[in-house]
Design a protein around this ligand. Structure first.
Ligand code: ZN
Length: 394
């Protein structure tokens, strides 16, 4: 009798484990299928710096860093927007020169890997390229100072294939104020409004990541098209100047725009931001040194080196912090207005749970776990950015 009870118990336990294993693998398959079928779009990465200054081939899996073509394929990323960041200290008259260099370098890297990637100028390009099984790469100028206060340069960059531009980076320049600098105009000045209108006219996407709050509201008052914040977070969760307040998120939602949630660690949690602040305070003398154009390569190499050595590694933010920012943005702006804009920097840590582009399926898994409908997950993964690109650029 005892033996038969024992065997019934053993059989029940086996059945229970069998069921659990099956349910888990079913969920796994479901997430994999959902991720594979969705358009996955990361709206911000500085890949071009690796190409131009580190002379690396992004077609091979690099020993360090977060993003290269093999990692993008592994993570089934369909669209990678490449930011062409123009150094702030080149303003006012040496920015265009660097922007042209960055455009050329990225185009060469794309041509070299033409089997896997293609430059996308418009939403229609994105759809065509992804349908052909390749990764679409839109180019984005980071920093409106790049146009050197000249609308002709804006048009030139656009004609070379650049589809979006952040109004500022970390400096207030000749026509707009940045969140990272003292205000010069209290938002946009008259030329700034002209730039916004010209971007509307030529079908170039306006990116408000990095701008001051006043600039943001001036842009929203002036633009006739939806805008994006390619790589920002939510200020309610972390009061960082690079993050958006609830009021800004609401206005962005009303405009039909999209915020790409950033993975940059100091933007995610106040604790990590404080640790970074302490580190920067120690490094002040070095940061104060104004480099010349000539030692730009050296400066970037040093920045990377320092980042790798000194970044605080304790209590790193995790993928759950990223998901919290997504949740909050969805709650305030609406599920049609949230996307991904990781900005994973080559030599600095990424959130725990996302070692690089290969781990994007973890975002899909996390959203599924939090109860998002499949249709909404697809919007967040990239559907929302595609909608804006199709509205503005076609
Ligand atoms: Zn940025």
């Amino acid at each position: 009798m005892k033996n038969s009870i024992r065997s019934i118990r053993f059989f029940s336990l086996c059945m229970f484990l069998f069921l659990i294993i099956n349910i888990t693998s079913f969920c796994q398959d479901e997430v994999d299928k959902l991720h594979k079928e969705a358009l996955v779009w990361d709206c911000h990465n500085d890949l071009v710096y690796r190409v131009l200054y580190e002379k690396l081939d992004i077609g091979v899996r690099l020993p360090a860093g977060h993003v290269d073509i093999p990692r993008l394929k592994e993570g089934q990323v369909d669209v990678q927007t490449v930011a062409l960041f123009v150094q702030n200290f080149l303003y006012p008259d040496k920015c265009a020169q660097q922007a042209f260099q960055l455009i050329e370098a990225m185009k060469k890297a794309i041509d070299k890997n033409a089997d896997s990637v293609e430059l996308a100028r418009t939403g229609a390009d994105v759809e065509r390229i992804v349908k052909a099984g390749k990764i679409a790469m839109p180019l984005a100028i980071e920093g409106g100072h790049a146009i050197e206060d000249d609308l002709e340069l804006l048009r030139k960059f656009h004609s070379l294939g650049v589809s979006s531009m952040t109004i500022t980076h970390n400096i207030s320049h000749g026509w707009a104020d940045s969140s990272g600098d003292k205000p010069r105009w209290g938002g946009l000045n008259e030329l700034g409004r002209k730039v916004v209108k010209e971007m509307n006219r030529i079908g170039m996407i306006i990116d408000i990541s990095h701008v001051s709050d006043e600039t943001f509201f001036d842009v929203m008052e002036t633009t006739e098209d939806p805008v994006i914040a390619s790589h920002s977070g939510c200020r309610t969760l972390n009061p960082h100047h690079r993050n958006m307040s609830d009021k800004m998120l609401r206005v962005l939602g009303d405009n039909g725009g999209v915020i790409g949630i950033v993975f940059v660690l100091p933007f995610l949690t106040p604790e990590y931001n404080k640790a970074m602040g302490d580190l920067i305070a120690i490094s002040q003398p070095w940061f104060r040194k104004t480099p010349s154009v000539e030692d730009l390569d050296a400066r970037i190499a040093i920045e990377h080196l320092r980042a790798g050595q000194d970044w605080p590694m304790e209590n790193l933010p995790t993928i759950d912090d990223v998901l919290d920012h997504i949740d909050h943005a969805v709650k305030i702006a609406g599920v049609d207005h949230v996307g991904l804009g990781a900005d994973m920097y080559p030599r600095t840590p990424s959130p725990v749970g996302i070692r690089g582009a290969q781990d994007y399926p973890n975002i899909t898994r996390g959203l599924k776990k939090r109860g998002y409908a499949d249709e909404d997950i697809a919007k967040i993964l990239g559907g929302n950015f595609l909608r804006v690109w199709k509205t503005v650029t076609n």
